[in-house]
Design a protein around this ligand. Structure first.
Ligand code: SAH
Ligand code: SF4
Ligand code: F3S
Length: 484
């Protein structure tokens, strides 16, 4: 069989705007094979899951295609985080409906968080859907597809307490061959009142550390130079051999508890040329241990995504974030004390949460100024069915107010990002080159440890290499430099 890893293709659309749309490498031209077309929406966890799905489908003889017209099976791996995310998927389904008119035999499946949230209701609401599969049920895809072949509709939205897909080697989709994501845990046990994730992803569970280290090792051997460890709340990663079965105990050779700080260290030790990143850190859980481990290893990147959501303690309490403004400020101070001003910090912010006053909104503004974020992902509050906030509080801030507050927060972040970037001008950084720059094929781009994108003159031969780059100028989004 032809090796299809680099030929795989997927369209990825990020509702969180965390990843720009990524397109197409090559198309697999193997004749006579069943073809899968897959689009991913939402967060990195979903993109990472699409790689697991592709691996499962590959075993079933599928190869992927960039052209939905060629597909025997089309999957949308969906997101429910905000109403708009779900609307995007529904619009996409109506477009796909037109394709299906000419191709009635094409199977259409909805995977991911929207599948989990709506379950079989989705089959009634969206007539073209044949298959609904939740995030913990991907191993069942072959059986479900068989069911569909017999003319039935198939649903599996069972949420598991154990599934981590630890043994499935993901097929890397749209890979630049330099950076990759490794999922280290699934689910979330926090109950932030605005958030649908605990309902769509189920209980939190951590993946066997040995399988994580092994995956990092294999990526390094294939030439990858950076891994990002993924989880909704990586600081609550915890793996205890004792709690798991004997077989795993033998495999890991230890009965100790592995914390996130321990895991970070284990992955950092794979090779000093393998960079390690992680996301997301919850302000209530990030420990000094993690910060010191970051300090001790040059290859653990000095960048922390530490979502605040709001700068006001009353709103944070309504959000059930379990920390207040002072606690958050103390965490920022700790990061600066241990890792210095060079450490990048970013955040997520929600404007117009239930009952948020103008003064409370100003607290968000002032917290952002205090933290001097390099970057933020910013949203206006979108009420989600079934969440605690939907049950307990009225969604009472008018849309125009939510949006105006959001615009203020975005404008401030633009200034902060620009200020932070200006501080980097004149410095020289070690940059891992990820590939040709988006704007010019005479230039390459990569990131420094603090996750800043740096663009400079160079060619494709630099891809995957570490180079030192002197920063000459900047915009709010990018540093521009020269290789030294
Ligand atoms: N686990 C991560 C967040 C995952 S969801 C954490 O705890 O930080 C990503 C972001 O989407 C959240 O940080 C939040 O800012 C935003 N978000 C989640 N639910 C939302 C909602 N109902 N309305 C608007 N934004 C929301
Ligand atoms: Fe959602 Fe909160 Fe869990 Fe993040 S920590 S996924 S915001 S419930
Ligand atoms: Fe969306 Fe599910 Fe991720 S709701 S943000 S795809 S965990």
């Amino acid at each position: 069989m032809k090796e299809i890893i680099s030929d795989l293709d997927i369209l990825q659309k990020s509702d969180l705007e965390k990843t720009e749309e990524i397109h197409i490498t090559k198309e697999d031209k193997v004749e006579g094979k069943k073809k899968l077309y897959i689009e991913s929406y939402g967060c990195q966890m979903n993109f990472s899951d699409s790689e697991i799905v592709s691996s499962i489908m590959k075993k079933e003889g599928f190869t992927t295609t960039s052209n939905i017209e060629d597909a025997d099976v089309t999957f949308l791996n969906t997101c429910s985080i905000r109403e708009k995310a779900e609307q995007t998927v529904r619009n996409r389904l109506s477009q796909i409906n037109k394709t299906k008119e000419n191709k009635p035999e094409m199977v259409v499946g909805v995977l991911g968080c929207m599948a989990e949230r709506l379950k079989s209701k989705l089959l009634d609401e969206e007539k073209i859907v044949d298959l609904v599969v939740g995030p913990d049920a991907y191993r069942d895809l072959p059986n479900l597809l068989e069911e569909v072949e017999t003319g039935q509709k198939a649903v599996n939205t069972f949420l598991s307490r154990e599934e981590t897909y630890a043994d499935i080697s993901p097929v890397r989709l749209n890979s630049n061959g330099v950076t990759a994501f490794i999922s280290i845990m699934r689910g979330c046990d926090n109950m932030c009142s605005f958030c649908v994730v605990p309902f769509t992803r189920g209980r939190e569970r951590s993946r066997d550390p040995q399988s994580i280290v092994q995956e990092a090792q294999q990526l390094f051997e294939k030439g990858y130079r950076e891994v990002t460890l993924l989880g909704q709340n990586v600081d609550s990663y915890k793996w205890s051999a004792e709690e798991n079965n004997k077989k795993r105990l033998e495999k890991s050779g230890s009965d100790e508890i592995v914390t996130f700080a321990n895991l970070l260290e284990m992955v950092a030790k794979v090779d000093s040329d393998l960079r390690v990143r992680f996301s997301t850190s919850h302000p209530k859980d990030i420990t000094d241990d993690v910060l010191y481990t970051m300090k001790n290893y040059d290859n653990i990147c000095k960048y922390i995504h530490l979502p605040a959501q709001s700068g006001n303690s009353r709103v944070l309490e309504l959000m059930n974030r379990t920390y207040d403004r002072e606690w958050y400020i103390q965490k920022v101070d700790r990061i600066r004390e241990i890792l210095g001003d060079e450490c990048g910090i970013s955040s997520d912010m929600i404007t117009g949460f239930c009952t948020e006053t103008e003064e409370e909104h100003q607290d968000t503004i002032s917290l952002m100024k205090y933290a001097q974020y390099d970057f933020s992902y910013m949203f206006f509050y979108s009420e989600r069915p079934g969440t605690l906030a939907e049950k307990k509080y009225e969604d009472d801030i008018p849309l125009d107010v939510k949006k105006r507050r959001l615009n203020e927060v975005i404008a401030l972040q633009m200034e902060l990002s620009h200020d932070r970037n200006k501080k980097d001008v004149g410095n020289t950084y070690r940059v891992l080159v990820e590939g040709i720059s988006k704007k010019s094929d005479q230039q390459v781009q990569g990131r420094n440890s603090a996750n800043k994108v740096i663009v400079f003159d160079g060619d494709a031969s630099l891809k995957g290499q570490y180079v030192n780059v002197h920063v000459n100028s900047c915009t709010a989004a990018t540093l521009l430099g020269t290789m030294v």
